[in-house]
Design a protein around this ligand. Structure first.
Ligand code: HEM
Ligand code: HEM
Length: 355
C-alpha cells in the first residue's frame, strides 16, 4: 500500500512501483541510459550558471568566458564540468544506442522509442556543436567555419542553408546569436520534451525489454514473475550509478581545463583547421569521396536505414544478419574515419604518423 509520502512524491511516479527482478541486472543496461539522463541534467544546471555571466556578442563573448574561467568563484569548475560532460555525453549516448541495438530492444512496441532516441542523439550532437562556438576563440571560430562550410556541398539549396545557419555568408555576430539561442533555449527545451516522451514510452512498453532467456524458466529461482519494489531495489542501483558518473565527471573537471585559445580572428586561418571531433569522420570522408555523396546520399541512406531497420521481422534470419552486418559496418567505418581524422592528419590535413 502506498504511504502518504509516496503519493505526494512526483519523482516516484517516473518509475513503476514494482520492477521485474531480471530488469535490475546491471548488465542489462550498463547504467547507460541513466548516466545519459544525469549528464543532461548536469548540462542544464551548469549551463544555466554559465549563462548568468556569458555574453553572446562577438565583442564580449571571449572576455566573458575568460571572466568565468579566471575570476568567478567556482567558474572554472563549472565551465570544465560543462565542457567535459558535453563531450562525454556523445560517447555515452552512442554506447547506449549500441547496447539497445545489441539487445534487440528496438522492435515492436519500442520502435517509436528507438526513433525518439535517434532524435535525442541528434539533439546531443547539435547541443555540442552549438556550444563549441560560444567561447569565441580561434579553435571555436575555425572549427565551426569548416564544419558549417560542409553544407555548401548540398546541391541546389546548400548555399541558402549555409546562410541561414550562419545568419550571413560568414561566421560572425549573427552566427553567435543564433548558436547561443539554439544552445541555451531551443535545444534544451526539445531535449527535455523528447526525454519525457522517451521515458513515458518505456513505461508504455511495460518496462525494459527482456530476452526470452532472461525472463527465466518457470522453475528458475528468479522466474519472470518475480517483481521487486523499485524502492529500494532500483533506487539504490540508480544512486550507485549516479555516484560513479559524478565522480568520473568531476575528476577531469577538477584536473583538466577546458581549452581556451586566442581570441577569434577571421583574418588569420590557423595552419590546421579541423571540424569538432564528432564531425571529423565526415571531414575525412570528404577527402576520399565525392562531396555530394558525403553530404547528401550517405546521410539520407544512413537515416533511412537507422529509422526503418527495426521493421525487419524477428524470424527473418537473413534480414537480421544483414542488419547486424550493416550496423556494425557503419559504426566501425565511422570510428575508423574519426580516428584517422583525429590522429593521422597534421598541418593542411596531410597524413602524419601520430607516434
Ligand atoms: C539524451 C539521450 C538519451 C537518454 C537520456 C536516454 C535515456 C534512456 C533511459 C534512462 C533508458 C532506460 C534505461 C536504459 O536502457 O539504460 C532508455 C531506454 C531506451 N533508449 Fe534511450 N536515451 C537516450 C538516447 C537514446 C538513443 C540515441 C537511442 C537509440 C537510437 C535510444 C533508444 C532507447 C530504447 C529503444 C530504449 C528502450 C530499451 C529497452 O526497452 O530495453 N535512446 N533510454
Ligand atoms: C545537453 C545539453 C548541453 C550540451 C551538450 C552543452 C555543451 C556545451 C559545450 C560543448 C560547450 C563548449 C564549452 C567549451 O569548450 O568551452 C558549451 C558552452 C556553453 N554552454 Fe552548453 N551545453 C548544453 C546545455 C546548455 C544550457 C542548457 C545552457 C544555458 C541555459 C548552456 C550554456 C552554455 C554557455 C553559456 C556556454 C559558453 C561558456 C563556455 O564555453 O565555457 N549550455 N556547451
Amino acid at each position: 500500500m502506498k504511504t502518504v509520502k509516496q503519493k505526494r512524491n512526483l519523482f516516484l511516479h517516473v518509475r513503476p512501483r514494482m520492477v521485474p527482478a531480471k530488469a535490475l541486472r546491471f548488465r542489462l543496461t550498463w547504467g547507460l541510459g541513466g548516466a545519459a539522463t544525469l549528464m543532461v541534467l548536469v548540462q542544464l544546471v551548469t549551463g544555466i550558471l554559465l549563462n548568468f555571466i556569458y555574453e553572446p556578442s562577438t565583442l564580449a563573448a571571449y572576455g566573458s568566458v575568460q571572466h568565468i574561467h579566471y575570476d568567478i568563484l567556482f567558474g572554472r569548475l563549472f565551465r570544465n564540468l560543462h565542457h567535459w560532460t558535453g563531450h562525454a555525453l556523445i560517447v555515452i549516448v552512442f554506447l547506449h544506442m549500441l547496447r539497445v541495438f545489441l539487445s534487440s530492444a528496438y522492435r515492436g512496441p519500442r520502435h517509436l522509442n528507438w526513433i525518439i532516441g535517434l532524435g535525442l542523439g541528434f539533439l546531443i550532437l547539435l547541443a555540442n556543436f552549438s556550444g563549441y562556438l560560444l567561447p569565441w576563440d580561434q579553435r571555436a571560430y575555425w572549427a565551426v567555419t569548416i564544419a558549417t562550410s560542409i553544407l555548401e556541398y548540398l546541391p541546389g539549396f546548400g548555399t541558402v542553408l549555409l546562410e541561414i545557419v550562419r545568419g550571413g555568408s560568414d561566421v560572425g555576430s549573427a552566427t553567435l546569436r543564433i548558436f547561443h539561442t539554439l544552445h541555451s533555449g531551443v535545444l534544451p527545451f526539445l531535449l527535455l520534451f523528447l526525454m519525457t516522451w522517451h521515458f513515458w514510452k518505456i513505461r508504455r512498453a511495460g518496462g525494459l525489454f527482456l530476452q526470452e532467456t532472461e525472463k527465466g524458466a518457470p522453475d528458475s529461482p528468479t522466474p519472470s514473475t518475480t517483481r521487486l519494489a523499485a524502492r529500494p531495489h532500483l533506487f539504490v542501483r540508480e544512486k550507485a550509478v549516479a555516484a560513479v558518473v559524478m565522480a568520473a565527471l568531476l575528476y577531469p573537471a577538477i584536473f583538466f581545463n577546458a581549452p581556451l585559445g586566442a581570441l577569434a580572428n577571421p583574418g588569420m586561418t590557423p595552419e590546421t583547421v579541423k571540424a569538432p571531433w564528432y564531425f571529423i569522420g565526415l571531414q575525412e570522408l570528404l577527402i576520399h569521396v565525392n562531396p555530394v555523396v558525403v553530404v547528401l546520399v550517405l546521410p539520407l541512406l544512413t537515416a533511412f536505414f537507422l529509422l526503418f531497420f527495426p521493421l525487419v521481422k524477428e524470424d527473418n534470419i537473413l534480414g537480421n544478419r544483414l542488419v547486424r552486418l550493416l550496423f556494425i559496418g557503419l559504426v566501425a567505418g565511422f570510428a575508423l574515419l574519426t580516428i584517422i581524422g583525429l590522429s593521422f592528419r597534421g598541418p593542411a590535413m596531410q597524413l602524419v604518423w601520430p607516434f
